[in-house]
Design a binder for this molecule. Structure first.
Ligand SMILES: O=P(O)(O)OC[C@H]1O[C@H](O)[C@H](O)[C@@H](O)[C@@H]1O
Length: 540
């Protein structure tokens, strides 16, 4: 395995010397470089890749044991080796039969949790489970961060047309008093249901926010049992939840075989289900399950997550491109870039192999993005004209949920135009000819033409959905989950731990002590002077 990346990079010698546009001499390219699965169409014809290279890449992935790794994940082997855990989030969207086959006796608890969640969603949205004063809940506040936040936030904003329960669901993540105040100003304590989501139930931000919201509720409603009635928790740490004051009956458990950033399918999705209803949530899981099936069954060269993983590695390692832009041309998917920053970069932003050896190659790309067309009026200037080549995933829906048909056409046209422009670019000669056609003299045109050159040759994928629904969103998220998993396998790292977030937490605690006790500790003079400055400025 040691030389695996050298072998991959060696495959790219021709790719470096050609432009993507020339590959379209092959009239069948658009057909040959596309995949249709689980309600999603992927066009990857604008990648710098020819058929023989794709075959070589697929063959290379096989020699890396990818087939076996996929089965190891689905069958519950402990592939998260540093934490000695299985990785079974796909099982949460599988039929009961599959759950029982993999989990054995533990399946009963998983199925019971799903049933309890569905029941609660029904009861709360129909007012059978009501407030301490016998009213119907109007609002839900989900408190959580990281994997206990991003998926819910994305689902809530992506599926607005499917909010069928009448409950307004809000999310609170950041440890910022302004964020707390802003949310609480929208809510009435009497009719708000709170869900604290924390796998560990020790996360500083979540705990601080939960305590503040609890205090707010107790000061607004003089009912001692309001917490027992209005509060729910989703966690693996039952002891800590009950110590906090949430009743055992109101805890939805999680399991250590579901990683935070892959947990939307578990009870972590409870607040989302409270917005889109039990059936909407089932459809979300159904879409993801269809993608799981495709991932397990399709041959590598027709397998959407594998093709996206391989072209991603091709771009990152063989061609040396360091970033990945996620550009949904869909307002509802505006939270997707942030969501994928966590799933991708927290999973694969590593430099040590599963065996604990230093890896000799780059891993996760720097993921960023924004909804189109807003991105066109911002950072896409750099994508067109800087030296940096930034591979891009465009995501677009054929239909919106609105009657503005002209808007829809313009949105789609812009999406397709950007992928074309990023690939084609504009040469000096083209720019000069255009300028002269617009009345500039040859001398003027030559002076300006260089400024108008666009480098082109930027690879992209375009993902097309008929419409964004719970089902297609589920498939889209599962697609990215599996792409990230495959890349982790091929980079030979563990995608399922996140030790890199720990040092910041430790130093955060140390700095908090230094701020309160005037300790100088062993912090840098920069940090110490910043502490001093902020303390001075915070004096009212
Ligand atoms: O769900 P929790 O235990 O509160 O964890 C919340 C988040 O914090 C951690 O530090 C990790 O960075 C995330 O992967 C995790 O999702």
């Amino acid at each position: 395995m040691g030389n695996s990346m050298t072998a991959l990079c060696a495959l790219a010698k021709d790719a470096k010397a050609r432009t993507i546009e020339t590959l379209f001499d092959d009239s069948k390219r658009a057909v040959n470089f596309s995949v249709d699965a689980a309600g999603i169409f992927l066009d990857y014809a604008k990648q710098n890749l020819v058929q023989s290279e794709r075959d070589d890449l697929c063959h290379w992935a096989k020699t890396q044991g990818l087939d076996q790794y996929i089965e190891k994940m689905f069958s519950g082997e402990r592939i998260n080796q540093t934490e000695n855990r299985a990785v079974l989030h796909p099982l949460l969207r599988a039929p009961e039969k599959e759950k029982k086959a993999v989990l054995g006796t533990q399946a009963a608890e998983v199925i019971a949790t799903e049933q309890k969640m569905s029941q609660l969603v029904n009861d709360i949205s129909h007012g059978q489970y009501c407030t301490v004063n016998g009213q119907k809940f109007t609002d839900v506040l989900a408190i959580g961060i990281g994997g206990s936040y991003y998926g819910i936030k994305l689902g809530i904003s992506a599926l607005k047309p499917y909010h069928t329960t009448g409950l307004n669901v809000h999310v609170l993540a950041n440890v910022d008093g302004d964020a707390v105040a802003e949310k609480l100003a929208l809510l009435s304590a009497e009719t708000t249901l709170v869900v604290v989501i924390s796998k560990t139930f020790t996360t500083q931000e979540t705990m601080l926010n939960a305590v503040a919201v609890k205090q707010w509720m107790l000061t607004h409603v003089a009912q001692p049992n309001i917490i027992a009635r209005h509060w729910f928790a989703v966690s693996t740490n039952i002891t800590a939840v009950t110590q906090f004051g949430i009743t055992k009956d109101n805890i939805l458990p999680m399991w250590d075989w579901v990683g935070g950033r892959f947990s939307l399918w578990s009870a972590v999705g409870f607040p989302l289900a409270l917005a889109i209803g039990e059936q909407g949530f089932a459809q979300l899981k159904r879409g993801a399950y269809l993608m799981d099936q495709h991932f397990r069954q399709a041959p590598f060269d027709q397998n959407m997550p594998i093709v996206m993983a391989l072209t991603g590695l091709w771009n990152r390692n063989a061609l040396g491109y360091s970033s990945l832009a996620i550009l949904p041309y869909n307002h509802a998917l505006r939270a997707l870039p942030g969501y994928l920053q966590q799933t991708d970069m927290e999973s694969n932003g590593k430099s040590v192999s599963l065996q604990g050896e230093k890896l000799g190659w780059h891993t996760a790309p720097i993921v960023f993005g924004q909804e189109g067309t807003n991105s066109q009026h911002a950072f896409m200037q750099l994508m067109h004209q800087s030296e940096e080549i930034i591979p891009t995933d465009f995501i677009v829906c054929a239909q919106g949920h609105h009657d503005y048909s002209k808007h829809q056409q313009v949105l789609v046209a812009n999406c397709l135009a950007q992928s074309e422009a990023l690939m084609r670019g504009k040469t000096f000669a083209q720019a000069k000819a255009e300028l002269m056609a617009n009345g500039k003299s040859e001398q003027q045109a030559e002076a300006l033409a260089l400024h108008k050159v666009m480098k082109g040759n930027t690879p992209s994928n375009t993902l097309v959905l008929k419409q964004l629904t719970p089902k297609t969103l589920g498939a889209l998220l599962a697609l990215y989950e599996h792409k990230i998993f495959v890349q982790g396998v091929l980079w030979q790292l563990n995608s399922f731990d996140q030790w890199g977030v720990e040092l910041g937490k430790e130093l955060g605690a140390q700095i908090l002590r230094a701020m309160n006790d005037n300790l100088s500790d062993d912090l840098s003079s920069s940090t110490l002077s910043l502490i001093k400055r902020i303390k001075q400025l915070s004096d009212k």
